[in-house]
Design a protein around this ligand. Structure first.
Ligand SMILES: [Zn+2]
Length: 413
């Protein structure tokens, strides 16, 4: 790469001003933001983004799925665009870094390239994807762009059809416009996203930058143990068929299994319920959820087999019946090796330490990976907190991440 491009750096002060201005929109007063997708404050944040991009002199456009783009024609006229971005929406009472940092760093990168007047092999586009967090329908914007959205899916939003359609109307979107937002992959050179880690591995490894290798896949099951309801005072401990013991045994054993044999995976039981559910009755039924995640498809499959054996073994040991109902799942996504290389090289040029790591959370990059080379940069999350007002990343780390994004963009994939 020529020296002029290699010397480009983001303007940290300008980025900070925009970051603070955006964090005011939907501010919750405790350092967090509340910008659920297509709600009043999210729509205000979207307007603010278009105004900022326009003020810099970038072209802006909004597609049929509500994705907002600022574009810079810095490459040959018919060259594809390298997309840089993230999302402006937040979870309910979320943090001010999640999504916002990636969108603002993208905008800043375009401004630096524009001001420097350098020519690249691709054009650049800063993109804000609609409803990444799933207030209505997770990854709505990126699914539409990648052509993976279906009419059927648009009829089953998590927020309920009525609320979803009212929100679409407020934002000037329709089912047809969303389905028409699919883009030609040959005009997309790649997608790079800067994001906070939302975990504490970078802190533990004292590394400046995480180069994301994969986004974990997950499977979700409802497990029901069936025993027999009995008087909790009169039936002996040896004679009872206690469904609750199956659930408790499984939870402890599953944790042990994952920690011992699947160090890159996680398992969680987030919901549990006993029936009949009385203090003086032995549980007849115990229903619990089992969610497990792994960065590699083979691990996810092997973990699934091992957990199923464990679920059944707990039932056998305690003379219980058991049912397993798989609810949904998503396969792990490997991010593009060239994108990983470009990001690692950019970090090297900047003298930043970096480490390869999978993402435990979902991101638009996993959807974009279906149609183009996709890569992600993580910066450390203080304490690993996210999706709360406690979410915090040191400003120097934000600047480092933005510079890696800029340098990878000017270096090309
Ligand atoms: Zn996010």
């Amino acid at each position: 790469m020529d020296e002029r491009r290699a010397a480009l750096r983001i303007d940290a002060h300008r980025l900070r001003n925009r970051f603070d201005a955006l964090a005011e929109i939907g501010a919750t007063g405790d350092g967090g933001v509340h910008r659920p997708a297509l709600g009043t404050d999210h729509l205000r944040a979207r307007e603010w983004f278009l105004a900022e991009a326009g003020a810099i002199g970038l072209d802006t456009r909004v597609d049929g799925a509500g994705n907002q783009s600022a574009t810079l024609a810095c490459g040959p006229a018919d060259a594809p665009a390298l997309l840089l971005g993230s999302h402006l929406d937040s979870v309910r009472h979320g943090g001010r870094f999640d999504g916002a940092l990636g969108v603002l760093a993208a905008l800043e990168a375009l401004q630096v390239v524009k001001d420097a007047g350098v020519q690249l092999d691709t054009n650049l586009e800063a993109i804000d994807f609609t409803d990444e967090e799933g207030t209505h329908l997770g990854f709505l914007g990126s699914l539409a762009v990648s052509g993976a959205m279906t009419a059927d899916e648009l009829r089953r939003p998590g927020s309920g059809l009525e609320a979803f359609q009212a929100a679409l109307a407020d934002a000037g979107l329709t089912e047809a416009s969303i389905l028409g937002a699919t883009r030609d992959p040959s005009m997309i050179a790649g997608y790079l996203e800067l994001h906070i880690e939302q975990g504490s591995r970078l802190n533990v490894m004292t590394s400046d930058i995480g180069v994301v290798t994969a986004i974990v896949g997950l499977r979700r099951q409802n497990v029901t143990y069936v025993g027999r309801a009995d008087h909790a005072g009169t039936i002996s401990m040896t004679d009872r068929l206690d469904a609750g013991q199956g659930a408790a045994g499984l939870m402890l054993a599953a944790r042990e299994l994952v920690m011992t044999d699947f160090p890159d995976s996680v398992v969680n039981t987030g919901v549990i319920a006993f029936e009949p559910g009385a203090m003086n009755v032995v549980p007849e039924r115990a229903r619990l959820t089992l969610e497990f995640r792994a960065p590699v498809a083979d691990d996810l499959a092997r973990l699934g087999v091992a957990l199923e054996e464990m679920v059944r073994a707990e039932a056998r040991t305690r003379n219980l019946g058991v049912e397993i109902d798989e609810v949904d799942g998503i396969q792990p996504v490997q991010l593009d090796p060239r994108a990983q290389h470009a990001l690692a090289s950019a970090a090297d040029r900047l003298g930043l330490s970096h480490v390869a790591m999978p993402s435990g959370a979902g991101h638009d990059a996993q959807v974009m990976a279906r149609i183009c080379p996709a890569g992600m940069i993580f910066v450390p999350s203080a304490g690993g907190f996210s999706h709360s007002a406690r979410e915090f990343t040191e400003w120097d780390d934000c600047v480092n991440g933005a510079n890696v994004l800029l340098q990878a963009a000017v270096g090309g994939l």
